[in-house]
Write a protein that binds this ligand. Structure first.
Ligand code: SF4
Length: 153
């Protein structure tokens, strides 16, 4: 499975997911908390095909790779620099309390569709935390985050 294999089908699925989320109209206050995982007590999970697309199509990350506390594509103003390639979990997560009741149903519906797509194409599912996907890619040379300040000194 390569990013070229998954790009078009995932883009279609993401487009439909974005439309479902837009219909629920969550408010984004640009707090940036969705991408500061440890600080706000959540973990971003994604499948292997989503990780392949993110790694292939996202711009170079702006932060060093940490132990899963943050996302390396969140810039220093708290914005996502990988919006087009971001995975399902990023697209569906909003911290708007008025949206909390809708998120589980939308998430389940699109995870089910993702699973069906992956099974149909015979792709690996490989569902796991972002940090695990990035560590594996970094070890294989498929991900080159900027060095941490400690590593530079
Ligand atoms: S890919 Fe973008 S939206 Fe997703 S966690 Fe990283 S910075 Fe946030």
């Amino acid at each position: 499975m390569t990013a070229d294999d998954v790009r078009d089908p995932l883009r279609i699925l993401y487009r439909e997911l974005d439309a479902a989320v837009a219909e629920a109209a969550p408010v984004c206050a640009l707090s940036g908390r969705c991408c500061r995982f440890e600080e706000y007590g959540h973990t971003l999970f994604l499948s292997a095909p989503e990780a392949a697309l993110l790694l292939a199509d996202a711009p170079p990350p702006s932060r060093p790779l940490d132990d899963g506390q943050t996302c390396p594509w969140q810039d220093h103003a708290g914005r996502c620099t990988a919006r087009e390639a971001r995975p399902l979990g990023c697209r569906v997560y909003f911290c708007d309390p008025a949206y909390e009741g809708r998120a589980p149903e939308i998430t389940e519906r699109f995870i089910s569709r993702m699973k069906a797509l992956v099974a149909d194409r015979g792709w690996p599912w490989g569902y796991g935390p972002l940090r695990d996907h990035l560590r594996e890619a970094a070890e294989n040379g498929g991900f080159r985050p900027p060095p941490s300040p400690a590593a530079e000194s």
